[in-house]
Design a binder for this molecule. Structure first.
Ligand code: SF4
Length: 262
């Protein structure tokens, strides 16, 4: 296990569960998955599972600042790595987890075999009810309500996303999952007016859905700057006019715990 940032990666082995055996039906998994990275945070007892592909081509995608390895893991490798960690929370992220056919099997394994709480981070474009069966928490990223901005930013229309958001909301309500939403604030682009539209859209479904606004982090090849504190505060205030539970990430928050590469 290697540490992603400076710190105490050497201690990672003390969080490994010894003598764990994969259940028989998972032991011969030689198929290639879309998982290219798994990280572990021992303080939070959480794992992040990164899926490579995405159906959007967002101009402001944070992954433009990363080097995505071309090699992805075999199913057996993924399940074995997850099995040896003392984790209680699994976060499925990407890329876009829902475009990977093997994702539900990994989620089922985390929940049913390892007893983890599963969190799905998704853009909702390809989200179906079947994807949600093995999850406890769902976070949908709403890029924009204005279709023109959505198409410009992601390369795709947003009708399906908005429709799937409502389907996910109903599913979550019926089956006891929690649902939240998040957006990126980009000055002079996905700005206060767009945040107001997003907050209004969510509030028309349920004004208690938690909503988080994240400050844009500049990426290679994009023209935008990161927002100033007062711009984020203004966006927060606007969203609060429509929703009861709004928060924001200013972009300078300290990371909780250590992130170890498994
Ligand atoms: S949906 Fe997320 S991972 Fe996919 S391109 Fe957009 S920002 Fe990147």
């Amino acid at each position: 296990m290697n540490e992603l940032h400076s710190g105490e990666g050497r201690e990672a082995s003390s969080h490994v569960v010894e003598n764990f055996r994969l259940p028989l039906h998972f032991q011969h998994c030689c198929e290639r998955t879309g998982v290219y990275r798994i990280t572990f945070n021992p303080e939070l007892k959480s794992v992040c599972i990164f899926f490579r592909n995405c159906n959007f081509k967002c101009k402001g995608c944070i992954r433009k600042n990363e080097r995505i390895p071309s090699r992805t893991m075999l199913m057996g490798e993924v399940l074995r790595k997850l099995s040896i960690l003392d984790a209680s929370l699994a976060i499925f992220m990407g890329g876009e987890p829902t475009v990977h056919d093997e994702m539900p099997e990994i989620a089922e394994f985390c929940k049913e075999e390892l007893g983890m709480r599963n969190v799905l981070l998704t853009n909702a474009y390809s989200l179906t009810e079947e994807h949600l069966f093995h999850f406890d928490d769902v976070c949908i990223s709403l890029k924009a309500i204005s279709d023109e901005i959505h198409r410009d930013f992601t390369g795709f229309p947003n009708r399906r996303v908005l429709k799937n958001f409502i389907i996910a909301y109903n599913f979550c309500k019926n089956y006891g999952l929690s649902l939240r939403a998040e957006s990126i604030f980009i000055p002079s682009y996905i700005d206060c007016d767009e945040i107001r539209r997003i907050a209004r859209f969510i509030s028309e479904i349920d004004d208690e859905i938690p909503y988080r606004i994240d400050a844009y982090v500049p990426v290679h090849g994009a023209i935008w700057r990161s927002p100033r504190c007062e711009e984020m505060e203004k966006a927060l205030k606007i969203a609060k006019e429509h929703l009861r539970n709004v928060s924001c990430l200013f972009g300078n928050e300290k990371e909780q715990g250590r992130t170890l590469l498994v």
